[in-house]
Design a protein around this ligand. Structure first.
Ligand code: GTP
Ligand code: SPV
Ligand code: MN
Length: 602
């Protein structure tokens, strides 16, 4: 399928939403002079504009319209097979000193990088349309709300940004006319979608992002990982708030008592699923609602608690494994008005993927567009195939999602994908211990980024690929935030992915994660028993509500909650080696925590 498309000509009155802010106009003009597009399309975010662009995208072969009876308002996009995930090795943090980017980021010198990018962008949009996409991140009246403009030559990016952000007129209206008003400058060009000329570059000091050579996901939806995490984390450190790779969910008890929790799991480790889970039957009267499924911006409220908003307006979720059984709310969300990328197409114009309910179709087209049958060796859908769907489609969207003040966070949960070592759940002793747990967390790599899958790597706070500054300063910022919180959230660690000797998941996961969440809420309310272990507080098997839980034996449960000294001696060595690799950046408080855990195991 084509990513790159010739210029479009808009009917009069469309594509003319030129903002009045001179700084925006000057910058767009600069990019125009460099990239030489055939024309400029100024987006306004309207329904009419969206319909026109969808039609154009279908005409140009960028999208396939799905069967409107089966998937109304839904489209399929196939990306270039060389371009199916984030590219961490080509993601650069361009700060004046290498120190600023720190030991976990790929650093490049800003002036030189600008020069290289300019060279690549010279005439890059010739014969193409240059779209200017204005957007707001966060509830527009939130003090944390940010304005961005993304210039792009990809119509797919425009259509995705309309789902994922508050895109359109309101952004330019909010920015106003002051040429000094802050906005993020995002420039994206597909170039020739060549992995050898693919760079995702961040200039935190200039609030600028330049992305070239890709047309996929977090590489090009510059609002998401680039702005809402990498640039935002840099700003948050300077300004005293937190930008985190966390879902935010509400949990209401049958008595009507409500808590919010935020959870950081690495990419493709269960955030979207957890954010909209449906509790098992036994938990009648308990309600889970979603604020966000991927990113949280949090600041300290007047009452000394942590308050969170979701900067996004839609979900860019992993498709494979999504079913009415595993995640009914996601399935309902993607019944309409959804952009699918790299899933299979059925003969009746619907979409299919591995792990969808029911039998596989007898014949279909795989994510590359090749004929596929259940006998085929290749997967029908790419493991990192995604849906982009507006959050309004979520049947359990939380009513406070637009509250500019955000929601108060009772608990923070860290978690990774670990076949062994990590028990189902444990609680940190206090804030600093929690920061240590977050800083040393690890997870098996997934298809969300290019590279090997299934290798354990340290991924502090699930931010390894997303922290826009020195990770040591990031840890320090967390420790400082703890000092300013008079009612800090409790901190937990979970692992839904521990396996038995045969390689089977020990824990059923998904809706049953409610059982773990319930224990977490109990702990927040000062109920809920636990026993002290060297790694933190663990529930005894009797302290988890496991009624009606099927498919798990008492040995399985024991295994799930076990803290095995042989596994932990390896784990502590790995944590220590990780901190060593970051030196001299690790704050002494965290080294002290490391010593404490070691001591507790002795
Ligand atoms: P990103 O969008 O990349 O940030 O991913 P995410 O963290 O939102 O992960 P998501 O919820 O999309 O889940 C990723 C994969 O993990 C999917 O294949 C899910 O089916 C699977 N998964 C999610 N939750 C669970 C769980 O509780 N148990 C098991 N075994 N698998 C899960
Ligand atoms: C992730 O990888 O954490 C995602 C998908 O949410 S992407 O937007 O591609 O980064
Ligand atoms: Mn994510």
């Amino acid at each position: 399928m084509e990513n790159i498309a010739p210029a479009i000509s808009a009917p009069s009155g469309m594509g003319e939403n030129k903002p009045s802010n001179q700084a925006v106009l000057d910058w767009v003009h600069e990019v125009e002079s460099l990239t030489k597009p055939a024309n400029i399309f100024w987006c306004d975010g309207s329904e009419a504009e969206n319909n026109f662009l969808l039609e154009e995208a279908c005409r140009q072969g960028i999208l396939i319209k799905l069967n409107p009876e089966k998937r109304p308002g839904c489209y399929l996009h196939r990306s270039n097979p060389n371009d199916v995930a984030r590219v961490e090795q080509f993601t650069l943090i361009c700060t004046p000193s290498k120190e600023g980017a720190g030991p976990t980021n790929h650093w490049a010198e800003p002036a030189e990088t600008y020069r290289k990018l300019q060279e690549m962008l010279k005439g890059a949009m010739r014969d193409r349309t240059m779209f200017v996409v204005p957007y707001v991140m966060g509830p527009p009246d939130s003090p944390l709300a940010k304005i961005g403009y993304e210039i792009t030559d990809s119509i797919y990016v425009v259509l995705s940004m309309r789902i994922m952000t508050r895109m359109g007129r309101q952004a330019s209206a909010k920015l106003g006319d002051d040429p000094k008003a802050e906005f993020n400058r995002g420039v994206h060009s597909l170039l020739d979608v060549n992995p050898e000329r693919r760079w995702i570059c961040h200039f935190p000091q200039d609030n600028t992002i330049i992305s070239v050579g890709s047309g996929y996901g977090g590489n090009v939806l510059l609002s998401k990982k680039c702005l809402a995490l990498r640039i935002a984390s840099y700003l948050a450190n300077k300004q005293g708030w937190l930008a985190e790779h966390m879902l935010i969910l509400g949990v209401e008890s049958p008595e009507g008592k409500k808590h919010y929790v935020a959870a950081a799991f690495p990419s493709a480790c269960g955030k979207t699923n957890f954010a909209m889970l449906i509790p098992p039957k036994h938990f009648a009267g308990w309600k889970i609602t979603t604020i966000g499924d991927d990113i949280a911006w949090m600041e300290i409220g007047d009452d000394g608690r942590l308050y969170a908003v979701n900067p996004e307006n839609g979900y860019f979720g992993v498709v494979p494994g999504t079913s009415y059984k595993s995640n009914p709310n996601a399935m309902r969300s993607i019944e309409r008005d959804t952009l699918f990328t790299n899933v299979a197409l059925t003969n009746d114009g619907d979409v299919w993927w591995e792990g969808k309910d029911g039998a596989a179709p007898d014949a279909a087209f795989d994510w590359k567009g090749n004929p596929w049958t259940p006998a085929s060796k290749e997967k029908a859908a790419h493991p990192n195939s995604r849906f982009a769907t507006p959050m309004r489609n979520n049947p359990v969207l939380d009513l406070e999602v637009e509250d500019p003040a955000g929601v108060p966070i009772s608990a923070i949960i860290f978690g990774g994908r670990r076949s062994d070592t990590m028990p189902l759940v444990f609680q940190a002793h206090d804030w600093n211990h929690g920061v240590y747990i977050g800083a040393t967390m690890a997870s098996e790599t997934t298809a969300a980024a290019t590279g090997a899958v299934g290798q354990v790597r340290r991924d502090p706070m699930a931010m390894l690929p997303f922290c826009g500054y020195n990770i040591g300063d990031y840890f320090r910022h967390w420790l400082e935030t703890g000092k300013r919180l008079t009612s800090p959230p409790l901190i937990f660690h979970v692992n839904w992915f521990r396996k038995d000797a045969t390689g089977k998941f020990l824990w059923p996961g998904f809706g049953d994660n409610m059982r773990v969440l319930k224990w977490i809420i109990d702990r927040c309310e000062g109920r809920g028993g636990a026993e002290k272990s060297p790694i933190g507080y663990l529930p005894r098997a009797t302290e988890l509500d496991l009624e009606d839980l099927e498919g798990i034996s008492s040995e399985g449960l024991k295994e799930l909650l076990a803290v095995k000294p042989n596994e932990w001696s390896k784990e502590l060595a790995a944590q220590k080696a990780f901190f060593q690799s970051l030196q001299p950046n690790v704050p002494p408080e965290l080294l002290a925590q490391e010593e404490e855990v070691e001591r507790r195991f002795r």
